[in-house]
Design a binder for this molecule. Structure first.
Ligand code: AMP
Ligand code: MG
Length: 516
Protein backbone atom coordinates (compact mmCIF):
# COMPACT_ATOMS: atom_id res chain seq x y z
CA UNK A 1 0.00 0.00 0.00
CA UNK A 2 1.38 3.30 -1.03
CA UNK A 3 -0.66 5.88 0.83
CA UNK A 4 -0.20 9.58 0.75
CA UNK A 5 -1.56 10.40 4.17
CA UNK A 6 -1.56 13.99 5.43
CA UNK A 7 -2.08 15.47 8.90
CA UNK A 8 -3.59 18.76 7.88
CA UNK A 9 -6.00 18.94 10.82
CA UNK A 10 -3.47 18.35 13.56
CA UNK A 11 -0.78 20.45 11.90
CA UNK A 12 -3.02 23.49 11.72
CA UNK A 13 -4.92 23.35 14.97
CA UNK A 14 -3.93 23.46 18.64
CA UNK A 15 -3.43 20.03 20.18
CA UNK A 16 -3.56 18.73 23.71
CA UNK A 17 -0.09 18.87 25.27
CA UNK A 18 -0.94 15.94 27.51
CA UNK A 19 -0.19 12.73 25.59
CA UNK A 20 -1.61 10.41 28.20
CA UNK A 21 -4.69 8.48 27.16
CA UNK A 22 -6.64 9.20 30.34
CA UNK A 23 -10.20 10.46 30.61
CA UNK A 24 -10.25 14.10 31.51
CA UNK A 25 -11.27 17.63 30.57
CA UNK A 26 -9.05 18.82 27.74
CA UNK A 27 -8.54 22.58 27.62
CA UNK A 28 -7.42 24.89 24.82
CA UNK A 29 -7.13 22.09 22.29
CA UNK A 30 -9.07 20.91 19.25
CA UNK A 31 -7.82 17.33 19.65
CA UNK A 32 -5.70 14.90 21.63
CA UNK A 33 -3.22 12.45 20.12
CA UNK A 34 -4.23 8.88 20.87
CA UNK A 35 -3.30 5.44 19.57
CA UNK A 36 -5.93 2.87 18.59
CA UNK A 37 -5.91 -0.36 20.60
CA UNK A 38 -4.72 -3.69 19.24
CA UNK A 39 -7.54 -6.06 18.44
CA UNK A 40 -7.49 -9.80 19.03
CA UNK A 41 -8.19 -11.21 15.62
CA UNK A 42 -9.35 -8.67 13.05
CA UNK A 43 -11.15 -9.68 9.86
CA UNK A 44 -12.63 -7.71 7.03
CA UNK A 45 -16.37 -7.96 6.54
CA UNK A 46 -16.98 -5.52 3.69
CA UNK A 47 -15.30 -2.76 1.71
CA UNK A 48 -17.12 0.00 -0.15
CA UNK A 49 -15.93 -0.24 -3.72
CA UNK A 50 -16.71 3.41 -4.29
CA UNK A 51 -14.77 4.73 -1.31
CA UNK A 52 -11.93 2.35 -2.00
CA UNK A 53 -11.54 3.99 -5.41
CA UNK A 54 -12.01 7.53 -4.08
CA UNK A 55 -9.22 7.00 -1.58
CA UNK A 56 -6.95 5.39 -4.15
CA UNK A 57 -6.73 1.84 -2.81
CA UNK A 58 -6.22 -0.86 -5.42
CA UNK A 59 -8.00 -4.20 -5.35
CA UNK A 60 -4.75 -5.83 -4.31
CA UNK A 61 -4.43 -3.31 -1.49
CA UNK A 62 -7.71 -4.23 0.11
CA UNK A 63 -6.88 -7.92 -0.03
CA UNK A 64 -3.67 -7.29 1.87
CA UNK A 65 -2.96 -7.72 5.55
CA UNK A 66 -1.70 -4.14 5.59
CA UNK A 67 -5.14 -2.85 4.68
CA UNK A 68 -6.83 -4.87 7.41
CA UNK A 69 -4.30 -3.62 9.94
CA UNK A 70 -4.82 -0.07 8.72
CA UNK A 71 -8.64 -0.01 8.89
CA UNK A 72 -8.80 -1.68 12.29
CA UNK A 73 -6.14 0.49 13.85
CA UNK A 74 -3.91 -2.47 14.55
CA UNK A 75 -1.05 -0.80 12.81
CA UNK A 76 -0.62 2.91 12.54
CA UNK A 77 1.23 4.11 9.46
CA UNK A 78 4.43 5.98 10.12
CA UNK A 79 3.00 9.03 8.41
CA UNK A 80 -0.15 9.02 10.55
CA UNK A 81 -0.59 10.78 13.89
CA UNK A 82 -3.94 9.50 15.16
CA UNK A 83 -6.09 11.79 17.26
CA UNK A 84 -9.50 12.24 18.85
CA UNK A 85 -11.38 15.51 18.48
CA UNK A 86 -12.47 17.63 21.40
CA UNK A 87 -16.04 18.88 21.18
CA UNK A 88 -19.02 19.59 23.38
CA UNK A 89 -22.72 19.54 22.71
CA UNK A 90 -26.32 20.06 23.64
CA UNK A 91 -27.92 16.68 24.18
CA UNK A 92 -31.71 16.41 24.16
CA UNK A 93 -31.97 20.16 24.64
CA UNK A 94 -29.49 20.45 27.52
CA UNK A 95 -25.91 21.59 27.68
CA UNK A 96 -23.77 18.49 28.18
CA UNK A 97 -20.29 20.02 28.41
CA UNK A 98 -17.28 18.26 26.94
CA UNK A 99 -18.04 15.16 24.89
CA UNK A 100 -15.48 14.59 22.14
CA UNK A 101 -14.56 11.54 20.06
CA UNK A 102 -15.09 8.93 22.74
CA UNK A 103 -14.70 6.05 20.35
CA UNK A 104 -13.61 7.51 17.05
CA UNK A 105 -9.94 7.83 16.25
CA UNK A 106 -8.88 9.92 13.27
CA UNK A 107 -5.95 8.77 11.17
CA UNK A 108 -5.45 11.87 9.03
CA UNK A 109 -6.47 12.64 5.45
CA UNK A 110 -6.06 10.74 2.21
CA UNK A 111 -6.82 12.65 -1.00
CA UNK A 112 -8.40 15.33 1.19
CA UNK A 113 -10.78 12.81 2.75
CA UNK A 114 -10.51 12.60 6.52
CA UNK A 115 -10.57 9.01 7.69
CA UNK A 116 -11.55 7.83 11.16
CA UNK A 117 -12.01 4.51 12.89
CA UNK A 118 -15.19 4.17 14.93
CA UNK A 119 -14.78 1.66 17.72
CA UNK A 120 -10.97 1.57 17.80
CA UNK A 121 -10.57 2.06 21.52
CA UNK A 122 -10.81 4.59 24.30
CA UNK A 123 -9.67 8.20 24.14
CA UNK A 124 -9.49 11.04 26.66
CA UNK A 125 -13.14 11.67 25.69
CA UNK A 126 -14.52 8.21 26.45
CA UNK A 127 -15.92 9.30 29.82
CA UNK A 128 -17.38 6.17 31.46
CA UNK A 129 -17.64 4.13 28.24
CA UNK A 130 -15.27 1.69 26.56
CA UNK A 131 -14.44 3.31 23.22
CA UNK A 132 -15.69 0.28 21.33
CA UNK A 133 -18.46 -0.49 18.87
CA UNK A 134 -20.41 -3.67 18.21
CA UNK A 135 -21.16 -5.44 14.95
CA UNK A 136 -24.88 -4.65 15.09
CA UNK A 137 -24.51 -0.88 15.13
CA UNK A 138 -21.49 -0.93 12.84
CA UNK A 139 -23.48 -2.73 10.13
CA UNK A 140 -26.23 -0.17 10.54
CA UNK A 141 -23.82 2.72 10.13
CA UNK A 142 -21.87 1.13 7.31
CA UNK A 143 -24.86 0.22 5.14
CA UNK A 144 -26.91 3.31 5.87
CA UNK A 145 -24.25 5.93 5.26
CA UNK A 146 -23.47 4.46 1.84
CA UNK A 147 -27.19 4.09 1.06
CA UNK A 148 -27.86 7.71 2.00
CA UNK A 149 -25.18 8.87 -0.39
CA UNK A 150 -26.80 7.01 -3.25
CA UNK A 151 -30.17 8.49 -2.32
CA UNK A 152 -28.59 11.89 -2.89
CA UNK A 153 -28.51 12.85 0.79
CA UNK A 154 -25.35 14.61 2.06
CA UNK A 155 -23.63 12.21 4.42
CA UNK A 156 -20.38 10.91 5.85
CA UNK A 157 -19.26 7.80 4.01
CA UNK A 158 -17.81 4.46 4.97
CA UNK A 159 -14.76 2.70 3.58
CA UNK A 160 -14.85 -0.59 5.44
CA UNK A 161 -16.48 -2.72 8.08
CA UNK A 162 -14.34 -5.12 10.11
CA UNK A 163 -14.68 -7.43 13.04
CA UNK A 164 -12.12 -6.98 15.78
CA UNK A 165 -12.30 -10.51 17.13
CA UNK A 166 -12.97 -9.05 20.57
CA UNK A 167 -16.12 -9.40 22.63
CA UNK A 168 -17.84 -6.24 23.82
CA UNK A 169 -20.33 -6.01 26.66
CA UNK A 170 -23.53 -4.11 25.89
CA UNK A 171 -26.80 -3.47 27.64
CA UNK A 172 -28.70 -2.97 24.43
CA UNK A 173 -31.90 -1.59 25.97
CA UNK A 174 -30.48 -0.21 29.19
CA UNK A 175 -32.65 -2.68 31.07
CA UNK A 176 -29.98 -4.29 33.18
CA UNK A 177 -29.39 -7.25 30.86
CA UNK A 178 -25.91 -6.79 29.43
CA UNK A 179 -24.57 -9.38 26.99
CA UNK A 180 -21.41 -9.95 25.02
CA UNK A 181 -21.51 -8.95 21.40
CA UNK A 182 -18.99 -9.03 18.58
CA UNK A 183 -16.75 -5.98 18.45
CA UNK A 184 -16.38 -4.15 15.15
CA UNK A 185 -14.75 -1.11 13.58
CA UNK A 186 -16.12 1.02 10.75
CA UNK A 187 -13.65 3.19 8.92
CA UNK A 188 -15.60 6.33 8.15
CA UNK A 189 -14.73 8.98 5.65
CA UNK A 190 -15.75 12.61 5.18
CA UNK A 191 -14.26 15.85 3.98
CA UNK A 192 -14.45 16.87 7.62
CA UNK A 193 -15.86 15.46 10.83
CA UNK A 194 -16.18 18.87 12.50
CA UNK A 195 -19.46 19.32 14.36
CA UNK A 196 -21.32 22.28 15.86
CA UNK A 197 -19.98 21.05 19.19
CA UNK A 198 -16.37 21.76 18.17
CA UNK A 199 -17.19 25.48 18.15
CA UNK A 200 -19.49 25.31 21.15
CA UNK A 201 -16.77 23.99 23.41
CA UNK A 202 -14.43 26.94 22.88
CA UNK A 203 -17.26 29.44 23.19
CA UNK A 204 -18.52 27.84 26.41
CA UNK A 205 -15.04 28.10 27.91
CA UNK A 206 -14.67 31.63 26.64
CA UNK A 207 -11.55 30.49 24.78
CA UNK A 208 -12.03 32.99 21.96
CA UNK A 209 -8.50 32.66 20.72
CA UNK A 210 -8.96 29.01 19.82
CA UNK A 211 -12.52 29.58 18.66
CA UNK A 212 -11.14 31.98 16.09
CA UNK A 213 -8.32 29.65 15.10
CA UNK A 214 -10.81 26.83 14.53
CA UNK A 215 -13.29 28.98 12.64
CA UNK A 216 -10.59 30.46 10.40
CA UNK A 217 -9.23 26.99 9.76
CA UNK A 218 -12.71 25.75 8.82
CA UNK A 219 -13.23 28.61 6.39
CA UNK A 220 -9.78 28.37 4.84
CA UNK A 221 -10.00 24.62 4.45
CA UNK A 222 -13.64 23.92 3.66
CA UNK A 223 -15.28 27.24 2.76
CA UNK A 224 -12.45 29.01 0.94
CA UNK A 225 -14.89 30.14 -1.76
CA UNK A 226 -16.28 32.60 0.83
CA UNK A 227 -13.04 34.53 0.96
CA UNK A 228 -10.48 35.28 3.64
CA UNK A 229 -11.72 34.96 7.21
CA UNK A 230 -13.03 38.12 8.84
CA UNK A 231 -16.35 39.22 10.34
CA UNK A 232 -18.27 39.36 7.09
CA UNK A 233 -16.94 35.99 6.01
CA UNK A 234 -18.07 34.55 9.34
CA UNK A 235 -21.60 35.64 8.54
CA UNK A 236 -21.42 34.20 5.05
CA UNK A 237 -20.09 31.03 6.58
CA UNK A 238 -22.95 30.86 9.03
CA UNK A 239 -25.46 31.45 6.24
CA UNK A 240 -23.95 28.58 4.30
CA UNK A 241 -24.04 26.22 7.27
CA UNK A 242 -27.69 27.19 7.78
CA UNK A 243 -28.46 26.52 4.11
CA UNK A 244 -26.66 23.20 4.08
CA UNK A 245 -28.29 22.03 7.30
CA UNK A 246 -31.71 22.87 5.94
CA UNK A 247 -30.97 21.16 2.64
CA UNK A 248 -29.87 17.99 4.45
CA UNK A 249 -32.99 17.92 6.61
CA UNK A 250 -35.30 18.47 3.63
CA UNK A 251 -33.66 15.43 2.07
CA UNK A 252 -34.29 13.45 5.25
CA UNK A 253 -37.96 14.42 5.08
CA UNK A 254 -38.11 13.47 1.41
CA UNK A 255 -36.82 9.92 1.91
CA UNK A 256 -38.35 9.33 5.36
CA UNK A 257 -35.12 9.19 7.35
CA UNK A 258 -35.28 9.85 11.08
CA UNK A 259 -31.86 10.54 12.58
CA UNK A 260 -32.89 9.82 16.15
CA UNK A 261 -30.20 11.78 18.04
CA UNK A 262 -29.95 15.28 16.62
CA UNK A 263 -27.77 16.57 19.42
CA UNK A 264 -25.46 19.43 18.46
CA UNK A 265 -22.46 17.12 18.73
CA UNK A 266 -24.06 15.11 15.92
CA UNK A 267 -24.52 18.08 13.58
CA UNK A 268 -21.85 18.31 10.91
CA UNK A 269 -20.48 21.74 10.04
CA UNK A 270 -20.56 20.63 6.39
CA UNK A 271 -24.25 19.72 6.57
CA UNK A 272 -23.58 15.98 6.35
CA UNK A 273 -25.68 13.31 7.99
CA UNK A 274 -23.36 12.04 10.71
CA UNK A 275 -23.39 9.51 13.56
CA UNK A 276 -25.74 6.76 12.56
CA UNK A 277 -27.00 5.47 15.89
CA UNK A 278 -30.65 4.88 16.71
CA UNK A 279 -31.81 6.17 13.33
CA UNK A 280 -34.74 4.66 11.48
CA UNK A 281 -36.76 4.79 8.28
CA UNK A 282 -40.41 5.67 8.23
CA UNK A 283 -42.52 2.68 7.48
CA UNK A 284 -45.97 4.09 8.13
CA UNK A 285 -45.88 7.80 7.32
CA UNK A 286 -46.11 9.41 10.75
CA UNK A 287 -44.87 12.83 11.83
CA UNK A 288 -44.74 11.69 15.45
CA UNK A 289 -42.49 8.67 14.90
CA UNK A 290 -39.04 8.21 16.38
CA UNK A 291 -37.01 5.00 16.42
CA UNK A 292 -35.07 6.07 19.51
CA UNK A 293 -36.47 4.49 22.69
CA UNK A 294 -34.24 6.78 24.75
CA UNK A 295 -36.39 9.63 23.39
CA UNK A 296 -39.73 7.90 23.78
CA UNK A 297 -41.05 10.29 26.42
CA UNK A 298 -40.69 13.60 24.65
CA UNK A 299 -40.08 12.44 21.09
CA UNK A 300 -37.89 15.47 20.63
CA UNK A 301 -36.28 13.97 17.55
CA UNK A 302 -39.45 12.63 15.89
CA UNK A 303 -39.73 12.78 12.09
CA UNK A 304 -41.96 15.86 11.97
CA UNK A 305 -39.77 17.77 14.41
CA UNK A 306 -36.46 17.39 12.58
CA UNK A 307 -36.73 20.74 10.76
CA UNK A 308 -37.41 22.55 14.06
CA UNK A 309 -34.54 20.85 15.78
CA UNK A 310 -32.24 21.76 12.92
CA UNK A 311 -33.06 25.38 13.63
CA UNK A 312 -32.70 24.95 17.38
CA UNK A 313 -29.25 23.50 16.83
CA UNK A 314 -28.32 26.36 14.52
CA UNK A 315 -29.25 28.78 17.31
CA UNK A 316 -26.67 27.03 19.47
CA UNK A 317 -24.09 27.40 16.74
CA UNK A 318 -25.00 31.08 16.37
CA UNK A 319 -24.45 31.54 20.10
CA UNK A 320 -21.07 29.89 19.80
CA UNK A 321 -19.98 32.10 16.89
CA UNK A 322 -21.42 35.28 18.38
CA UNK A 323 -18.29 36.36 20.33
CA UNK A 324 -16.40 36.56 17.02
CA UNK A 325 -19.17 38.51 15.30
CA UNK A 326 -20.53 40.59 18.16
CA UNK A 327 -23.74 41.54 16.39
CA UNK A 328 -26.99 39.74 16.98
CA UNK A 329 -29.02 41.23 14.18
CA UNK A 330 -27.30 39.69 11.17
CA UNK A 331 -27.22 36.33 12.93
CA UNK A 332 -30.93 36.58 13.64
CA UNK A 333 -31.64 37.52 10.03
CA UNK A 334 -29.81 34.42 8.89
CA UNK A 335 -31.69 32.24 11.36
CA UNK A 336 -34.95 33.78 10.13
CA UNK A 337 -33.98 32.81 6.58
CA UNK A 338 -34.04 29.18 7.69
CA UNK A 339 -37.74 29.48 8.50
CA UNK A 340 -38.73 31.16 5.27
CA UNK A 341 -36.54 28.92 3.15
CA UNK A 342 -37.92 25.92 4.95
CA UNK A 343 -41.48 26.83 3.98
CA UNK A 344 -40.53 27.20 0.34
CA UNK A 345 -38.17 24.25 0.06
CA UNK A 346 -40.32 21.85 1.99
CA UNK A 347 -43.29 22.62 -0.23
CA UNK A 348 -41.16 22.29 -3.34
CA UNK A 349 -39.86 18.98 -2.10
CA UNK A 350 -43.41 17.70 -1.55
CA UNK A 351 -44.41 19.03 -4.97
CA UNK A 352 -41.57 17.12 -6.53
CA UNK A 353 -42.67 13.97 -4.73
CA UNK A 354 -46.09 14.48 -6.33
CA UNK A 355 -44.62 15.15 -9.75
CA UNK A 356 -45.69 18.80 -9.81
CA UNK A 357 -43.27 21.07 -11.59
CA UNK A 358 -45.31 24.27 -11.36
CA UNK A 359 -46.61 26.10 -8.31
CA UNK A 360 -50.22 26.82 -7.52
CA UNK A 361 -51.92 28.39 -4.57
CA UNK A 362 -53.87 25.31 -3.59
CA UNK A 363 -50.80 23.07 -3.50
CA UNK A 364 -50.31 23.40 0.23
CA UNK A 365 -53.89 22.23 0.83
CA UNK A 366 -53.35 19.29 -1.48
CA UNK A 367 -50.16 18.35 0.37
CA UNK A 368 -51.73 18.70 3.80
CA UNK A 369 -54.76 16.66 2.83
CA UNK A 370 -52.42 13.94 1.60
CA UNK A 371 -50.39 13.96 4.82
CA UNK A 372 -53.64 13.67 6.77
CA UNK A 373 -54.75 10.67 4.77
CA UNK A 374 -51.35 9.01 5.01
CA UNK A 375 -51.51 9.25 8.78
CA UNK A 376 -55.17 8.30 9.16
CA UNK A 377 -54.27 4.64 8.81
CA UNK A 378 -50.79 3.17 8.66
CA UNK A 379 -49.46 3.74 5.14
CA UNK A 380 -45.98 2.82 3.97
CA UNK A 381 -44.29 6.01 2.82
CA UNK A 382 -41.82 4.51 0.35
CA UNK A 383 -44.33 2.22 -1.33
CA UNK A 384 -47.02 4.91 -1.48
CA UNK A 385 -44.95 7.51 -3.32
CA UNK A 386 -43.35 4.98 -5.61
CA UNK A 387 -46.70 3.53 -6.65
CA UNK A 388 -48.17 7.00 -7.00
CA UNK A 389 -45.93 7.57 -10.00
CA UNK A 390 -48.13 5.11 -11.91
CA UNK A 391 -51.22 7.23 -11.31
CA UNK A 392 -53.21 8.02 -14.45
CA UNK A 393 -54.79 11.42 -14.22
CA UNK A 394 -57.69 10.25 -16.39
CA UNK A 395 -58.62 7.58 -13.82
CA UNK A 396 -58.68 9.06 -10.33
CA UNK A 397 -61.07 6.40 -9.06
CA UNK A 398 -58.32 3.81 -9.54
CA UNK A 399 -56.01 5.66 -7.16
CA UNK A 400 -56.81 3.65 -4.03
CA UNK A 401 -56.31 0.33 -5.81
CA UNK A 402 -53.03 1.54 -7.25
CA UNK A 403 -51.49 2.28 -3.84
CA UNK A 404 -53.19 -0.66 -2.10
CA UNK A 405 -49.85 -2.31 -1.46
CA UNK A 406 -48.86 0.60 0.80
CA UNK A 407 -51.70 0.13 3.31
CA UNK A 408 -50.85 -1.90 6.38
CA UNK A 409 -54.55 -2.41 7.01
CA UNK A 410 -56.33 -2.31 3.66
CA UNK A 411 -59.62 -3.03 5.44
CA UNK A 412 -59.37 0.28 7.29
CA UNK A 413 -59.73 2.12 4.00
CA UNK A 414 -63.50 2.36 3.96
CA UNK A 415 -66.29 4.74 4.89
CA UNK A 416 -65.10 8.25 5.62
CA UNK A 417 -61.44 7.46 5.06
CA UNK A 418 -62.21 5.91 1.70
CA UNK A 419 -64.14 9.05 0.74
CA UNK A 420 -61.21 11.19 1.84
CA UNK A 421 -58.84 9.20 -0.30
CA UNK A 422 -61.13 9.31 -3.32
CA UNK A 423 -61.50 13.04 -2.86
CA UNK A 424 -57.74 13.42 -2.69
CA UNK A 425 -57.09 11.40 -5.84
CA UNK A 426 -59.73 13.40 -7.63
CA UNK A 427 -58.15 16.71 -6.52
CA UNK A 428 -54.74 15.39 -7.50
CA UNK A 429 -55.98 14.37 -10.94
CA UNK A 430 -57.50 17.80 -11.37
CA UNK A 431 -54.26 19.46 -10.36
CA UNK A 432 -52.23 17.31 -12.76
CA UNK A 433 -54.29 18.63 -15.66
CA UNK A 434 -52.48 21.96 -15.25
CA UNK A 435 -49.12 20.26 -15.68
CA UNK A 436 -47.48 19.84 -19.07
CA UNK A 437 -46.10 16.37 -18.46
CA UNK A 438 -47.73 13.21 -19.76
CA UNK A 439 -48.39 10.37 -17.31
CA UNK A 440 -45.25 8.60 -18.51
CA UNK A 441 -43.06 11.67 -18.26
CA UNK A 442 -44.33 12.40 -14.78
CA UNK A 443 -43.64 8.84 -13.73
CA UNK A 444 -40.06 9.15 -14.89
CA UNK A 445 -39.63 12.40 -12.95
CA UNK A 446 -41.20 11.06 -9.78
CA UNK A 447 -39.10 7.91 -9.80
CA UNK A 448 -35.99 10.04 -9.55
CA UNK A 449 -37.30 11.64 -6.35
CA UNK A 450 -39.15 8.78 -4.66
CA UNK A 451 -36.82 5.86 -3.98
CA UNK A 452 -37.95 2.32 -4.59
CA UNK A 453 -35.50 0.89 -2.06
CA UNK A 454 -34.41 2.18 1.32
CA UNK A 455 -32.67 0.37 4.16
CA UNK A 456 -35.87 -0.63 5.93
CA UNK A 457 -35.39 -1.14 9.65
CA UNK A 458 -36.06 -4.86 9.45
CA UNK A 459 -33.70 -5.26 6.50
CA UNK A 460 -30.79 -3.95 8.54
CA UNK A 461 -31.81 -6.34 11.31
CA UNK A 462 -31.88 -9.31 8.93
CA UNK A 463 -28.39 -8.43 7.72
CA UNK A 464 -27.26 -8.17 11.35
CA UNK A 465 -28.77 -11.52 12.37
CA UNK A 466 -27.06 -13.27 9.46
CA UNK A 467 -23.74 -11.53 9.97
CA UNK A 468 -23.79 -12.49 13.61
CA UNK A 469 -23.68 -16.10 12.39
CA UNK A 470 -20.78 -15.30 10.07
CA UNK A 471 -22.85 -14.96 6.91
CA UNK A 472 -22.24 -11.60 5.20
CA UNK A 473 -24.26 -12.24 2.04
CA UNK A 474 -27.08 -9.87 3.00
CA UNK A 475 -24.63 -7.06 3.72
CA UNK A 476 -23.30 -7.44 0.20
CA UNK A 477 -26.81 -7.79 -1.26
CA UNK A 478 -28.07 -4.63 0.43
CA UNK A 479 -24.91 -2.72 -0.35
CA UNK A 480 -25.43 -3.48 -4.06
CA UNK A 481 -29.21 -2.97 -3.98
CA UNK A 482 -28.96 0.41 -2.28
CA UNK A 483 -26.43 1.72 -4.75
CA UNK A 484 -29.35 2.20 -7.14
CA UNK A 485 -32.28 3.04 -4.92
CA UNK A 486 -34.26 4.75 -7.68
CA UNK A 487 -33.91 1.95 -10.22
CA UNK A 488 -36.31 -0.88 -10.80
CA UNK A 489 -34.42 -4.03 -9.80
CA UNK A 490 -36.74 -6.89 -10.71
CA UNK A 491 -34.71 -9.48 -8.80
CA UNK A 492 -35.04 -7.51 -5.60
CA UNK A 493 -38.79 -6.97 -5.61
CA UNK A 494 -38.95 -8.73 -2.22
CA UNK A 495 -37.37 -5.65 -0.59
CA UNK A 496 -40.08 -3.43 -1.99
CA UNK A 497 -42.45 -4.65 0.65
CA UNK A 498 -44.04 -3.49 3.85
CA UNK A 499 -42.43 -4.36 7.15
CA UNK A 500 -43.45 -7.89 8.11
CA UNK A 501 -45.55 -8.18 11.28
CA UNK A 502 -42.77 -9.90 13.26
CA UNK A 503 -40.71 -6.73 12.97
CA UNK A 504 -43.37 -4.36 14.29
CA UNK A 505 -42.15 -4.28 17.89
CA UNK A 506 -38.86 -6.10 17.55
CA UNK A 507 -35.75 -4.67 19.14
CA UNK A 508 -33.48 -3.32 16.43
CA UNK A 509 -36.36 -2.87 13.99
CA UNK A 510 -38.60 -0.33 15.60
CA UNK A 511 -36.90 0.01 18.96
CA UNK A 512 -33.37 1.27 19.20
CA UNK A 513 -31.44 2.94 21.95
CA UNK A 514 -28.37 5.13 22.02
CA UNK A 515 -26.46 2.15 23.39
CA UNK A 516 -24.42 1.10 20.44
P1 AMP B 1 -23.54 9.70 20.21
O1 AMP B 1 -24.82 10.27 20.73
O2 AMP B 1 -23.58 8.23 19.90
O3 AMP B 1 -23.04 10.47 19.05
O4 AMP B 1 -22.44 9.81 21.38
C1 AMP B 1 -22.36 10.85 22.28
C2 AMP B 1 -21.03 10.88 22.96
O5 AMP B 1 -20.78 9.64 23.64
C3 AMP B 1 -19.84 11.11 22.06
O6 AMP B 1 -18.91 11.85 22.74
C4 AMP B 1 -19.35 9.70 21.83
O7 AMP B 1 -18.00 9.67 21.46
C5 AMP B 1 -19.57 9.08 23.18
N1 AMP B 1 -19.71 7.61 23.11
C6 AMP B 1 -20.75 6.90 22.62
N2 AMP B 1 -20.51 5.58 22.73
C7 AMP B 1 -19.29 5.44 23.29
C8 AMP B 1 -18.48 4.33 23.65
N3 AMP B 1 -18.87 3.08 23.47
N4 AMP B 1 -17.27 4.59 24.20
C9 AMP B 1 -16.85 5.85 24.40
N5 AMP B 1 -17.56 6.93 24.10
C10 AMP B 1 -18.77 6.75 23.53
MG1 MG C 1 -21.95 11.51 18.23
Amino acid sequence: MNLNLTNHFTQNLPGDANLENSRRQVMEAAYSFVTPIQTANPSLVHVSEEMRTALGFSEEDIASKDFLQFVTGNRVLESSKPYAMCYAGHQFGHWAGQLGDGRAINLGEINNWAIQLKGAGPTPYSRSADGLAVLRSSIREYLCSEAMHHLGVPTTRALSLSLTGDQVMRDMLYDGNPEYEKGAVVSRVAKSFLRFGNYEIFAARNDLKNLKILLDYTINTHFSHLGKPHKETYLKFFQEVVNRTLEMIIHWQRVGFVHGVMNTDNMSILGLTIDYGPYGWLEGFEFGWTPNTTDRQNKRYRYGNQPNIGLWNLYQLANALYPLIEETEPLETILESYKTNYEVQSQNMMRSKLGLSTQQEGDLDLIMALENNLQASETDMTIFFRKLSEFQKEHPSEGITLVQQAFYEPKAIQGKLQDQWNQWFSDYAQRLKDEALSNDQRKEQMNKINPKYVLRNYMAQLAIDKADKGDYTLIEEFYQLLKKPYDEQPNSEQWFAKRPEWARHKVGCSMLSCSS
